[in-house]
Design a protein around this ligand. Structure first.
Ligand code: UT7
Length: 319
């Protein structure tokens, strides 16, 4: 029997705020267009903090919130598509920053599932807790420095992204429900950050995106993902307190809510402050919900991701 409990949550964002007004001086855009088309008013931009540093800080807050010490950690899973380096992994860098005793066994690895990373990582954690480490705690982190890959001459993309990290501490709890639906479809055109080129070839590692196709994919994907986990659980949307989707665009969430015939209040949103922080957006949202006192014991949440890959996925869990 599997099942997990989120013991604590935390997030960390860089201090530097990039507002829509700032962007008006950088590209041909305006606050009104950005707010009405995306819901974003500002985003955070890392000046010195790399992905691992943001992830480490978020993890510290999550552990403090959970009331656990590092000796209780058995694994660090980092969902990121903007690691500090290809190797070592961001999880290993966070491991280093945490200064574990060398005799303590702590798995550390990254997963790259773009904006769907957090639901995937939670499902992997659930599997590890059910099998390899039932008595340990796992740090599940979503961390990104998207700004390193943003083309600040491209108005189609530069207004969307921000940097940050969110983390949760989870442990096994067979009394709590956990369901997941995770999938991928091959499509390398909709959203791409090119990797290192072969010698003699040049392609800058900057975000390339077909915004409209991602928008359509997201709006059709959210109801599919939510419907799938609800069906597995034998529940309906009435049994769910909140749906926490990846924060990509307020209009995506509004359109999905309409498609599902659900009140928008069922969907938590904080995109206006942080923009699209990719794999970090769901754990940042979750932390804010917790701090705002929105979550009570027994509440059922569905977290939904969608993004490059294309990837899609949802988890249903009990708070
Ligand atoms: O996490 C996954 C990553 N990606 C996403 O989530 C992106 C999903 N897609 C979206 O959020 C939306 O498609 C966008 C926000 C990217 C674009 O909104 P849209 O309503 O689909 O606009 P559009 O691409 O159809 O463009 C409409 C117009 C175009 O001008 P013309 O051709 O009608 O003259 C664009 O050039 O808006 C123009 N435009 C802008 N104007 C002012 C595009 N970006 C901007 C901008 N400021 N920043």
């Amino acid at each position: 029997m599997s099942g997990l409990k989120i013991l604590g949550a935390g997030y960390s964002v860089p201090d530097k705020v990039l507002t829509n007004q700032d962007l008006e001086h950088m590209v041909d855009t305006n606050d009104e267009w950005i707010v009405t088309r995306t819901g974003i008013r500002e985003r955070r931009i890392a000046e010195k903090e790399n992905t691992s540093v943001l992830g480490f800080r978020a993890a510290q807050w999550a552990m403090q919130d959970a009331g656990i010490t590092k000796e209780q950690i058995g694994a660090i899973i980092v969902a990121t598509s903007t690691p500090d380096d290809f190797q070592p992994s961001t999880a290993c860098r966070i491991h280093q920053l945490m200064e574990f005793d060398q005799n303590q066994a702590v798995m550390a690895f990254d997963i790259n599932v773009a904006c769907t990373g957090f639901p995937y990582a939670l499902a992997i954690a659930n599997g590890l807790l059910a099998t390899a480490m039932p008595d340990r705690h796992i740090l599940v982190i979503g961390a990104e420095v998207m700004s390193k890959f943003v083309d600040y001459t491209d108005r189609n993309t530069c207004v969307l992204f921000g940097d940050g990290a969110g983390a949760v501490v989870v442990c096994r709890d067979t009394e709590r429900e956990f369901y997941s639906y995770l999938s991928a479809k091959g499509d390398d055109e909709a959203f791409r950050i090119p990797g290192a080129p072969f010698a003699g070839q040049e392609e800058p590692s900057l975000i390339r995106m077909d915004g409209r196709s991602i928008f359509k994919f997201a709006v059709s994907t959210i109801p599919v993902c939510v419907g799938n986990v609800l069906e597995q659980a034998g529940l309906s949307t009435h049994d769910i307190s909140y749906i926490v989707t990846h924060q990509a665009n307020q209009r995506i969430i509004t359109a999905a809510a309409k498609k599902m015939d659900l009140p928008i209040e069922k969907f938590f949103m904080n995109i206006e402050k942080y923009g699209n922080t990719s794999a970090a957006s769901i754990p940042i949202a979750l932390t804010e919900m917790k701090r705002q006192g929105l979550l009570r014991r027994g509440d059922r949440l569905v977290m939904v991701g969608f993004g490059s890959g294309l990837t899609l996925g949802a988890v249903l869990l009990e708070w």
